[in-house]
Design a protein around this ligand. Structure first.
Ligand SMILES: *[C@@H]1O[C@H](CO)[C@@H](O)[C@H](O)[C@H]1NC(C)=O
Ligand SMILES: *[C@@H]1O[C@H](CO)[C@@H](O)[C@H](O)[C@H]1NC(C)=O
Ligand SMILES: *[C@@H]1O[C@H](CO)[C@@H](O)[C@H](O)[C@H]1NC(C)=O
Length: 422
């Protein structure tokens, strides 16, 4: 917050200028409807005993995130025992949770995730306050499962919630191209949850929003055909690191993308979970040139917001020309070949572990993401609410009376910004 001088010390005019500057500074705080989160610390191949955040560390993270969002999205039920730890921490911090069931090539992974989810439903930890749940994150893209198996797993989890009498959104999360190539998946789910990263498709931030929309076009048409909303479950940009065939990993590019994507999301009425919250060593390996994946956070690992975001005021108007779904190509695509890359998201674990959602660090190839589109369902909701849809794919790819008055204005301003975004 900015320091507010006593009004009588400055004179009305100067005070007005001061107030304007102050409000501008406050306005600069970015907000997102939701954000992705992973409680792992360190590389993904480390043991849970030393590589998972504690309940108090998760709560501290959420108190930071609560300043810019209303919802957090996770990737696994069992990895780091995260569902059990994240849900109460989120409640304490005033956040809602979008859950994720990890799906890998080994069916025992899904079995363990489902068993734990079931016990959390029985104990009441998972209740109707959750925003939704995705079953598998890019598992079809990675070819860990077929689209048919992905739908079967989805149905299994959908039934679990129906039986328990919990109404919530259930879906599968995958890259846009996977959804485009598999209309049966679009038809099956409650909402389309798509990941899309122009960054992984070697785009410059200046063209990324247009590219995003173009890549999502067929999915927007497909989702409209099946009357499904689209939630953008992941998109983001690395601020650092080196990689080949990606967009430039710099703070300026990352901020430009954040700005332009937010304008596009508003234009499209898309709900989204930004990727990601904190930088993490997850999947980092200095000996691999592709070390950008640890730099997707809006915050550094130590919880400080990166200057490129702290100083950002989303501005301008979207330059993307959009079309009605009926004007978009509906042809389905074969999944695009993607470049090998580490999965930025997956809770990967040591390959010797079976139960956790995982990939061995070596199985890097997974997820390219592709784009997807989304349309958001009801405008209302924070990512939280059901309505969001997502799609993305990565293709390869404050004191004193006057201060109190000011604080009130600031709060209202923030509230309106948040509401606008939501
Ligand atoms: C990092 O990557 C190199 C090259 O693939 C590999 O040899 C090494 O084992 C990796 N390090 C870790 C800690 O996984
Ligand atoms: C947090 O980490 C960033 C990046 O390493 C660093 O620039 C900043 O000074 C750190 N902040 C604190 C409070 O340690
Ligand atoms: C996986 O875990 C086992 C048992 O803890 C350990 O021996 C092995 O070195 C780990 N592998 C990697 C790649 O860290």
């Amino acid at each position: 917050m900015c320091f507010i001088p006593e009004k009588h010390l400055l004179g009305t005019m100067k005070f007005g200028l001061f107030l304007a500057a102050c409000l501008a500074a406050v306005q600069a705080a970015i907000t997102v409807p939701g954000i992705n989160y992973n409680p792992r610390i360190g590389p993904n191949w480390g043991p849970d005993s030393t590589n998972c955040k504690s309940a108090s560390q998760i709560l501290a993270d959420f108190q930071i995130l609560a300043k810019i969002t209303k919802g957090v999205r996770i990737y696994s039920i069992t990895d780091c025992n995260q569902a059990q730890l994240v849900i109460p921490a989120a409640k304490s911090a005033g956040l809602k949770v979008w859950l994720g069931v990890w799906v890998g090539p080994d069916s025992s992974t899904f079995a363990a995730e489902k068993a734990k989810l079931s016990s959390l439903i029985q104990s009441g930890v998972v209740d109707s306050s959750i925003l939704g749940i995705h079953v598998g994150s890019e598992a079809v893209y990675r070819k860990d499962v077929t689209p048919e198996q992905a739908i079967a797993y989805y149905q299994d989890i959908k039934n679990l919630f129906t039986t328990a009498g919990i109404k919530t959104l259930v879906t599968i999360a995958d890259i846009g191209d996977t959804w485009i190539a598999n209309p049966s998946m679009v038809e099956a789910v409650d909402i389309v949850s798509a990941n899309e990263f122009p960054f992984w498709e070697n785009k410059d931030a200046s063209e990324a929003a247009s590219w995003f929309y173009m890549r999502m076009g067929p999915l927007i048409a497909s989702a409209a055909k099946y009357k499904k909303q689209i939630l953008i479950s992941e998109t983001g940009w690395a601020t650092d690191g080196s990689a080949v065939n990606t967009g430039p990993a710099t703070p300026a590019q990352a901020a430009k993308y954040f700005n332009d994507f937010q304008l596009l999301a508003t234009q499209m009425n898309w709900n989204y979970f930004y990727f990601s919250s904190f930088d993490m060593a997850f999947n980092s390996n200095a000996s691999i040139t592709n070390n950008v994946e640890e730099h997707f956070g809006l915050y550094y690992a130590n919880g400080t917001m990166k200057p490129c975001y702290a100083e950002l005021t989303v501005s301008g108007s979207s330059s993307v020309t959009t079309l009605a779904p009926s004007q978009l190509a509906t042809a389905t695509l074969a999944p695009v070949p993607t470049m090998p890359k580490n999965d930025p998201i997956s809770p990967v674990s040591n390959s010797t572990k079976v139960a956790s959602p995982t990939k061995s660090p070596s199985s890097t190839s997974a997820p390219g993401t592709t784009t997807s589109s989304s349309s958001k369902s009801s405008a209302t909701s924070s990512p939280t609410t059901a309505s969001s849809t997502a799609g993305s794919g990565k293709a390869n790819v404050k004191s004193g009376a006057s201060t109190i008055a000011v604080s009130g204005v600031v709060s209202m301003l923030l509230a309106s910004i948040v509401m606008t975004i939501m």
